[in-house]
Design a protein around this ligand. Sequence first.
Ligand code: SAM
Length: 261
Amino acid sequence: THFGYETIPEAEKQGRVAGVFTNVAESYDKMNDLMSLGVHRLWKDYFVSTLNPGATTPLGHPQKILDVAGGTGDIAFRMLHNSHVLNGNPNIELTISDINPAMLEVGRQRSLALPAEQQSCISFLEANAETLPSSIQDNSLDLYTVAFGIRNFTNMRAAIKEAHRVLKPGGVFACLEFSKVDRFPLFNAVYKQWSFSAIPLIGQLVAGDRDSYQYLVESIERFPTQVEFRDMIVEAGFDVAGEGYENLTGGIAAIHRGIKP
Ligand code: SAM
């Protein structure tokens, strides 16, 4: 069953995405480890290290960050660690937003294990990335992150526009997402086999939910190429440096970055 981005009705897509993440919220972490053989942790570590939250000039200067589709806090908690522990800058304000209350609840529970001074920097916001609430003001943020979220959005262009609206001039849009393996045909063949056969099966066995994981694999397949996605970021008004993206693990994932002029 293949449905393109253009043909799937909006309401149906939004409903389907909500269902998927309500079903997977509980088993989410375990499944990520199994599906990526643990590599998602390395990608997330690297993503956050390249953004280096808390490294402000002057040091200790306040920094406002929004982690969109932040679900279980995987990116946000790493950013807090980077800022507080590595950069010695506790002066960051971090909002974790997600459309799905079940995913946010997992993040809220997990955040209770953080040191108190880190917990006090976080707030949680239930919001659709395509229409962020007016409480997130124009030109108000230093950094906008979205990791493994944007391919689930019904209207990615609307979300990138919203990112552009809420970032300050000089603010950074950063996206970590599954992408395309294009230069290594053999590696791609193995990866495709893994995605289409093993992942739905693991979903069935471990999470008791084959369909949700089938959906995740198909959403990766439908996502634009690195260059197409880079062009969407540029169309929304961002500047990019160099190619505008960096491939991870041969392009299984990629980091895209844009700066608001
Ligand atoms: N960022 C986390 C990570 O890297 O582990 C979570 C990623 S999870 C695969 C994708 C998240 O996107 C889910 O929590 C889902 O609820 C959220 N999501 C899907 N559509 C959304 C939308 N339109 N606006 C905001 N969040 C959305």
